[in-house]
Design a protein around this ligand. Structure first.
Ligand SMILES: C[S@@+](CC[C@H](N)C(=O)[O-])C[C@H]1O[C@@H](n2cnc3c(N)ncnc32)[C@H](O)[C@@H]1O
Length: 221
């Protein structure tokens, strides 16, 4: 993982020249990679235990140690906030830090790319989706690892009508906005912001080191 106290260093200066071609290809060829068994099992447990849950769901994708998940849960007390991450070590910390009174938080170890597809396949409705400081993959050659150039992107946009992306790399947020426009015809602006209270560990580190932060709030209702 990149060092969050340093600003992003990339050999790319503007939108990636292959972004449109990649998105055209992803639109024509739906993503068919088989779902990993561990994510399938994790989703099945969640679905079985919560299919009758009357609360709306919020997704904190790539929640790391779960601080943002718990902050979102405090902000939306009548929702169930799902913190998803692939790292068992970070999720162990998340669970340990969560107090018994925090009853609207659930941590799930899963691969996002598979979990997102399972949510769609099973018609699970997500009222808000947060993508906070995803790994930027700043090297030009790694463009397809960025979520907006990944084959799962069209499905990612269908999970929730409200998606909020935050990044310390302006180009990532601008590319994401461009890809949303390509996929939906809708235009959303990247804004610079400075939170009064950081929501996640990465946000806190970036604020401390004086970096600019970028937010893209997408409303597809
Ligand atoms: C840069 S960290 C940001 C953590 C947190 N959102 C924050 O703002 O402090 C990115 C997180 O996304 C997780 N992640 C990256 N790709 C993932 C994937 N395909 N599935 C699940 N988690 C993933 C990593 O394990 C890591 O915890």
């Amino acid at each position: 993982m990149h060092n969050p106290s340093r600003s992003v260093c990339s050999n790319q200066e503007d939108l990636h020249p292959d972004l449109m071609t990649l998105l055209q290809r992803h639109r024509q060829h739906p993503f068919r990679k088989p779902i990993s068994s561990h994510t399938h099992d994790a989703f099945a447990r969640f679905f079985f235990e919560h299919k009758g849950d009357r609360r709306s769901f919020i997704l904190d994708s790539g929640c790391g140690v779960g601080w943002s998940t718990r902050n979102l849960a405090a902000l939306y007390p009548d929702h169930l906030v799902l913190g998803i991450d692939k790292s068992a070590v970070r999720l162990d910390k998340a669970v340990k830090n969560t107090q018994p009174a925090e009853t609207n938080v659930l941590f799930i170890r899963a691969d996002l790319v598979d979990f997102w597809r399972l949510l769609l396949l099973h018609g699970v409705s997500i009222s808000r989706h947060y993508l906070l400081y995803p790994n930027p993959w700043p090297k030009k050659k790694d463009v397809m690892k960025r979520f907006h150039a990944h084959p799962v992107f069209f499905e990612l946009l269908q999970i929730s009508p409200h998606l909020e992306l935050r990044s310390n790399w302006e180009l990532y947020a601008r590319e994401f906005a461009w890809a949303v426009n390509f996929a939906t015809g809708r235009q959303f602006q990247v804004e610079t912001f400075r939170p009064q209270e950081p929501i996640s560990p990465f946000e806190k580190k970036y604020c401390r080191s004086g970096q600019a932060l970028y937010r893209l709030a997408i409303d597809l209702t």
